[in-house]
Ligand binder design. Structure first.
Ligand code: BV8
Ligand code: ZN
Length: 236
């Protein structure tokens, strides 16, 4: 950890985060043992086809997700990344998460490449609005038609991916936290960074597809490992 802390000190650092960073805020991951995809099949639910074919089931799944997320609070991992940004030790967070917890923790430079579950989008009139009801299908406040959560579903283009690739080309260190690194094109970001000289630091409770290519693998929960690393950084 000490080696990683000195690598990060006063350098251009960026974090890439996945569902694992929000696990200790009580939000289930997708692919872990108690993950969401154990109960639901992503292709059936997190796709536009699912929304078109069965909007009621689709909204049941996303209302369930919104209920899980609504009362969740940022944990020590989210808060540490926000402090690192405040003290100039982190320039961006690129997140696959749609739960909004990085913003709640106070981070500012966030790229939500898979969107945000608290915004809904109307495919009829194009309106995107913040709506936080959790118990029903949300109808557009402009045209009254059915909306969908403004998240990137499987088969849809992810958001600001070009900006994310540009960012990782210029970093000294990419800290990859709580992602199984199996969803594309997000999973390509560490490899792009590495190609341009970045060191890859992975924090996860278990090895992933990325681990063999990471420069450092720190095994442990994000909420206890990240604060430890930052505390060492502050003493350097
Ligand atoms: C697209 C939003 C084309 C909705 C999600 C190659 C190139 C391009 C596409 C593909 C490709 N190969 C395959 C594809 C298709 C697909 C894909 O990647 N499929 C995979 C499953 C094989 N990709 C797409 O469809 C993407 N779209 O490319 O379209 C296109 C291009 C141009 C124009 C038009 C179309 C869209 C992908 C985004 C899909 N949306 N979510 C929703 O959330 O409901 S994906 C979903 O998975 C979430 O966003 C999630 O963030 C993401 C990744 O999962 P993780 O975050 O990694 O979570 P996971 O549970 O997997 O892992 C948790 C990790 O945490 C584990 O490693 C665990 O050990 C660890 N952990 C647990 N506890 C802790 C911890 N770590 C630290 N501390 C802890 N306490
Ligand atoms: Zn509308």
């Amino acid at each position: 950890m000490k080696e990683v802390a000195s690598l990060l000190k006063n350098r251009n650092n960026v974090a890439l985060t996945g569902a694992g960073i929000s696990k200790e805020s009580g939000i289930p991951t997708f692919r872990g043992k108690d993950g969401l995809w154990k109960k639901y099949r992503p292709e059936e639910l997190a796709t536009r086809n699912a929304f078109i074919k069965n909007p009621v089931l689709f909204w049941e799944f996303y209302s369930f997700r919104r209920t899980l997320i609504k009362n969740a609070l940022p944990n020590e991992a989210h808060k540490t990344l926000a402090s690192m940004e405040d003290f100039g030790e982190l320039s961006f967070i690129i997140t696959q998460n749609i739960d909004g917890l990085h913003r709640k923790a106070g981070s500012k430079n966030i790229i939500e490449i898979h969107g945000n579950i608290w915004n809904v989008r109307c495919e009829s009139c194009g309106k995107v609005e913040f709506r936080d009801e959790t118990n029903k299908i949300i109808m557009c406040s402009s045209c009254g038609k059915i909306t969908r959560p403004d998240v990137v579903l499987f088969g849809e283009a992810v958001r600001k991916i070009d900006e994310a690739f540009e960012i990782v080309k210029k970093v000294d260190n990419l800290i990859v936290i709580g992602t199984s690194s199996v969803v594309y094109p997000a999973a390509l970001l560490p490899y792009e960074g590495k190609k341009y000289g970045a060191s890859i630091i992975e924090i996860n409770i278990a090895k992933t597809e990325l681990s063999s290519d990471a420069d450092y693998f720190i095994q442990g929960g994000a909420a206890e490992t990240l604060p430890k690393i930052y505390n060492i950084m502050k003493k350097l």
